[in-house]
Ligand binder design. Structure first.
Ligand SMILES: [Zn+2]
Ligand SMILES: [Zn+2]
Ligand SMILES: [Zn+2]
Length: 506
C-alpha cells in the first residue's frame, strides 16, 4: 500500500513555493511582505559574514552555479573553511569517539576517550554475546553499534548485567580488567604525556539529556538555539512529547541515521522561523503584516528555509542508488519501500515536534527532499582522532622514554586493537562546498590539515588557481578509468565534460 501523507495535498501550494529554485523566490508576488534574499545575494552575504575571502558564487551556464576565485590562490593554500549548516556524527561512531555535538571537536581527555571506548565496546560485545532480555527493550540487540537514545541511561544500569555474562573477547584484542577501564574513564588514572594532548572538558547538555556534550558553553548555547532544543530528550526538552522523540530516534538508529539529520534540518527551520517571528518588525513591515499575516508568516518560513533550499535537488526515494543486491525489476518496489520508511519516520517525528505554523515542513514531499539533499551531496564529516596522535607520539619517543611509557600505554593499545585510530565520522551539509562543481582534474580538494580539528570542511588548492577561475573538486576517485567515472557521476545526475573527460572520451 502506498504511504499517503495528507499534508502533501493540504499544503501543495506552499510546498511548491518552498521547493522552487531559490532565485525565483523574490518574484513571488503573493508573498511580497517579506522578500527573501535572492540566491546570489544569499551567498554574497554568507561569504562576507563568514569571511570566505576571495570567493564568489556565480552563474555557470552548464551546471547552474559554481564557486569562482576572486583572488589568486597558491598551490597548497587554504581556499576556504566551510562551516556546516547541519551535520551529525554517525550513530555507530558515537561509541568510538566523544565529540562536541555542535562543532565535532574531540572533548574530555585522552584517558576518557580511551576508557569510554573500551567500556562501551565491552558493553556492546557483552550485549551481543548474552542477550538475556535486558536489552530487548532497546535497539541494542539489532543495532548494537549505538543507541543514542539509551546511551546515557544504560551506560551505568546495564553495566552489572553485562558483567555477569561469561563472554570472551573478540579475537586479536586483549581485554583489560573493568576496574582499570573505569579508573581511566573517571580520570583517576593518568597516562604518560597525555597532558600534551589537551582536550576541552565535556560540558553537558543544558536540557539535561545524556546524549549531547559540548566543548564550550558557546557550542552548547548555539546548538540549543539552532537545533537541539526541539530534539533534546532531557527534562528541559522543547519537544511536544519526549516519548515520541525517543521512538523517532530509536527508529532512526535501527533503520537509517540520515533521519536524525533530516530532523535537525526541520528543527533548525522551525527555530529560525520562531526567531524571525519574534524579532521586532520595521514600521512598514508591521503595517503590511496587519493585513496579510498569513502571508507574512509564510514569507518568514521561506526565509528560515532558505539556507536549506540551496541544497536539495531530488526526493530521497528517487535519487537513492539501487543497492547491488536489488534486482532491476524490483526497482519500483524498492523505491516504494524507501518512501514508506521515510513516511514512518516522519510520522514519529511529527508526533514529537509538530508545529502548526510550519506544517508544510512535515509533508512527505519536503521530508523526501531534505533526505535527498544528504544522499546526493554526500559530504563526509571527518575529524582526526587525538588518540591516534597520542599513540603515534608514544611510538616516536626516544628509546628509553618509549620503553618506560609503553609499560603503561601498551595494554591499552592492545585492547583497542586496530581501532585505536578511529576518527569521528558523520554526514554534513556544507553550503559552499556543495556549490563546487566536479572535475576529474580538479584544482582544489577537501583536505584536513594537522590544525583542522573540528567539523568544518577545509578546501585546499591543488595547484595555483588564478583570479576568475572556477574552483572545482572531485566527487569521486578521479584516477578511475573514464567509463567507471561516468558511471559513478551518473548517480549525481550528470555526465562529466571536464578537460580530462573530453580528452579520454572514446
Ligand atoms: Zn564545540
Ligand atoms: Zn539535550
Ligand atoms: Zn571529468
Amino acid at each position: 500500500m502506498e504511504a499517503i501523507c495528507p499534508l502533501d495535498s493540504e499544503f501543495s501550494e506552499k510546498i511548491d513555493a518552498l521547493l522552487k529554485p531559490p532565485s525565483s523566490h523574490e518574484v513571488q508576488a503573493s508573498f511580497r511582505n517579506f522578500i527573501p534574499l535572492g540566491f546570489f545575494e544569499y551567498f554574497d552575504q554568507l561569504i562576507s559574514t563568514r569571511q570566505y575571502r576571495g570567493l564568489r558564487i556565480k552563474q555557470n551556464g552548464e551546471f547552474g552555479k559554481g564557486v569562482y576565485a576572486d583572488l589568486e590562490f597558491r598551490e597548497g593554500e587554504l581556499v576556504c573553511k566551510d562551516q556546516m549548516l547541519v551535520g551529525a556524527q554517525h550513530s555507530s561512531n558515537k561509541v568510538d569517539c566523544l565529540v562536541c555535538s555542535y562543532c565535532f571537536r574531540f572533548i574530555g581527555s585522552i584517558e576518557l576517550q580511551i576508557g569510554r571506548k573500551l567500556y562501551l565496546q565491552d558493553l556492546r560485545f557483552s550485549a551481543r554475546k548474552c542477550d538475556t532480555g535486558t536489552y530487548s527493550h532497546t535497539s541494542n540487540d539489532c543495532c548494537p553499534d549505538d543507541s543514542s537514545d539509551e546511551e546515557g541511561n544504560s551506560f551505568m544500569t546495564d553495566h552489572d548485567n553485562s558483567r555477569g555474562c561469561s563472554s570472551s573477547e573478540p579475537k586479536d584484542k586483549i581485554s583489560l580488567p573493568g576496574e582499570i577501564v573505569e579508573s581511566l574513564m573517571k580520570g583517576d588514572m593518568v597516562l604518560p604525556y597525555s597532558k600534551q594532548f589537551y582536550l576541552p572538558s565535556a560540558i553537558s547538555c543544558p536540557g539535561g539529556c545524556e546524549e549531547a556534550h559540548y566543548c564550550s558553553n558557546l557550542c552548547a548555547e548555539s546548538d540549543w538555539e539552532s537545533f537541539h532544543s526541539l530534539l533534546c530528550v532531557g527534562e528541559g526538552s522543547g519537544s511536544l512529547c519526549r516519548e515520541a522523540l525517543l521512538k523517532f530516534i530509536e527508529h532512526a538508529n535501527e533503520t537509517n541515521d540520515i533521519f536524525l539529520l533530516a530532523a535537525k534540518v526541520i528543527s533548525f527551520t522551525i527555530l529560525k522561523y520562531k526567531k524571525l517571528k519574534a524579532a521586532p518588525l520595521k514600521v512598514q513591515e508591521r503595517s503590511s503584516s496587519l493585513n496579510g499575516s498569513e502571508d507574512t508568516c509564510f514569507s518568514m518560513l521561506l526565509e528560515a528555509w532558505k539556507p536549506i533550499s540551496m541544497g536539495y535537488k531530488k526526493r530521497w526515494w528517487d535519487c537513492i542508488a539501487l543497492p547491488d543486491d536489488v534486482d532491476c525489476v524490483d526497482e519500483a518496489s524498492f523505491r516504494m519501500q524507501i518512501r514508506k520508511l521515510a513516511f514512518t519516520s516522519l510520522q514519529l517525528l511529527k508526533e514529537a515536534i509538530f508545529n502548526i505554523e510550519c506544517a508544510p515542513l512535515f509533508s512527505l514531499e519536503i521530508y523526501g527532499h531534505i533526505i535527498g539533499m544528504f544522499e546526493l551531496n554526500n559530504l563526509d564529516l571527518v575529524v582526526a582522532s587525538p588518540v591516534e596522535d597520542y599513540f603515534l607520539y608514544i611510538d616516536d619517543l626516544q628509546y628509553l622514554e618509549k620503553v618506560e611509557a609503553e609499560k603503561i600505554t601498551r595494554p591499552f593499545l592492545d585492547a583497542l586493537g586496530d581501532e585505536y585510530s578511529d576518527c569521528c565520522q558523520g554526514t554534513a551539509f556544507f553550503p559552499l562546498q556543495s556549490c563546487m562543481n566536479h572535475s576529474c582534474c580538479p584544482n582544489a580538494k577537501a583536505f584536513k590539515r594537522e590544525e583542522d580539528r573540528d567539523g568544518q570542511a577545509t578546501i585546499i588548492a591543488l595547484r595555483p588557481i588564478s583570479k576568475g577561475e572556477e574552483v572545482t573538486i572531485s566527487y569521486i576517485d578521479e584516477e578511475l578509468p573514464f567509463e567507471e567515472r561516468q558511471a559513478l557521476l551518473a548517480d549525481y545526475g550528470f555526465r562529466c565534460k571536464c578537460s580530462k573527460c573530453l580528452e579520454e572520451e572514446p
